[in-house]
Design a binder for this molecule. Structure first.
Ligand SMILES: O=P(O)(O)OC[C@H]1O[C@@H](O)[C@H](O)[C@@H]1O
Length: 260
């Protein structure tokens, strides 16, 4: 509930033996509300409390000034949960900023969403996974291993003077079969539009997985280049419908991670 001035307040629920609060927002207010809720549960005698932050905000600002990753980590710590679960955070430095952070890796969600188990492993409709840049190598590589298919590494080039994206180079692609581009975030879509152009294959052979679908800017144009666009409900996005993305809900996965 809220006081008339807008301040958040929380009434304790049945405390039970443990609890998991999921914050899908990216605003400070969302974390303040979660802190109120955790405090209410704790005072009511709840067992260990897990905070799930599917989209860990600030993870893209992991260098330079201000160090947004650290600032957001403080906000998450303010909630005072016993541990934090995050899904596919952008930066590998996040676990060093948040003690007791449990990371749910991309490959686990992707495999659950896009593959099926057979007697001796996992099969999917894809013949390869493409990492659009160096930053995506680890998550795309572990996805390729989880699906038992090769990783194809692309490179993103930037204009030296302006720092703007200037093009991609892609290693030779298999001549037949579907490929899955894997990355953590699609924001304005420039990365994935540029990559599709460089790959030179049509939407009948190219799908996209982005764990966190922001879909701002030109992202709507992605549907011209990718047959299927997969994402999750990790954060609110008004543009997801325009992009025609297939949404894989995370709540069951998060609750499983919280119960581990
Ligand atoms: O090109 P857009 O969609 O704006 O941004 C997405 C890229 O920016 C990075 O943070 C992500 O990891 C991804 O590679």
């Amino acid at each position: 509930m809220r006081f008339p001035a807008g301040e958040a307040h929380a009434a304790p629920q049945d405390p039970g033996t443990g609890a998991c609060v999921i914050v899908r927002g990216t605003h400070a207010e969302d974390y303040l509300e979660a802190a109120m809720w955790v405090d209410a549960q704790r005072r009511a005698g709840a067992g260990p409390i897990t905070l799930a932050v599917p989209y860990l905000p600030g993870a893209r600002a992991d260098r330079g000034t201000p160090l947004g990753a650290e600032v957001y980590a403080r906000l998450v710590r303010l909630v005072a949960a016993d541990r934090v679960v995050a899904v596919d955070p952008h930066s590998p430095v996040m676990p060093s900023l948040l003690e007791d952070l449990v990371v749910c890796p991309a490959w686990r969600i992707i495999r659950r969403a896009l593959a099926r188990r057979v007697a001796d492993g996992w099969v999917s409709e894809y013949v390869g996974v493409i990492a659009p840049d160096e930053g995506a190598r680890r998550r795309a590589g572990s996805t390729a291993r989880a699906l038992g298919i090769p990783l194809l590494q692309a490179r993103k080039h930037r204009d030296f003077a302006t720092g703007k994206l200037s093009g991609f180079s892609v290693e030779p692609l298999p001549e037949a079969g579907k490929l899955l581009v894997v990355d953590d975030i699609c924001d304005g879509g420039g990365t994935f539009l540029g990559l599709a152009g460089a790959a030179g294959i049509g939407p009948e052979r190219l799908d996209l997985w982005v764990t966190h679908g922001v879909f701002s800017g030109r992202a709507e144009r992605l549907r011209e280049h990718y047959g299927r666009i997969h994402t999750t409900d990790s954060l609110p996005s008004a543009a997801r419908a325009d992009v025609g993305a297939r949404i894989h809900p995370l709540t069951a996965t998060i609750l499983q991670e919280a119960a581990r």
